[in-house]
Design a binder for this molecule. Sequence first.
Ligand SMILES: [Zn+2]
Ligand SMILES: [Zn+2]
Length: 176
Amino acid sequence: MNYDTYGSTAVELAIDLANADLGSPDEVQAFLDAHHEWFTGGTALELSGDERASVTATSGLIRQVAVAETEPDVRDRLNDLLALASPHPYATDHDGELHLHFARPDADAVEQLTTTVAMGLSQVVVQHGWQRLGVCAAEGCGNVYVDTSRNASRRYCSNTCASRSTVAAYRARQKI
Ligand SMILES: [Zn+2]
Ligand SMILES: [Zn+2]
């Protein structure tokens, strides 16, 4: 699987957004600042209260797609997310390599973010299968992930959770 293309890295932005702690206005703002490279230069990243609420809602929708357990559920939730997107693809070489962006370059921050994550997520799902999204199997984690492994065998959001779970399973066996 080739994850080098923009569409595929856009899914990582979607996963980051779904896993971000967005409980306070500061946290929403911090997410945007930490991902500023995704926005066209000059885009105002200071959001209004309503805009912050839509970022949080989008985060929730991505999570809904990832936790869905059947293809029809994934499809319907993906469509809920896509309904918020305003795709306007254009070619750019801002980073030195020609590639596509999904959102209008002059759209506001929320439109750019929503469109990019909705398109990135749906592209991976339709090209690589709805089972590619999942929820971390580590106890108490709950992060969602996109499985980019060749044989689709991923169960954890990160190496940290994978090794934490291996250690816990080992200790559990030792107790018996
Ligand atoms: Zn780009
Ligand atoms: Zn995890």
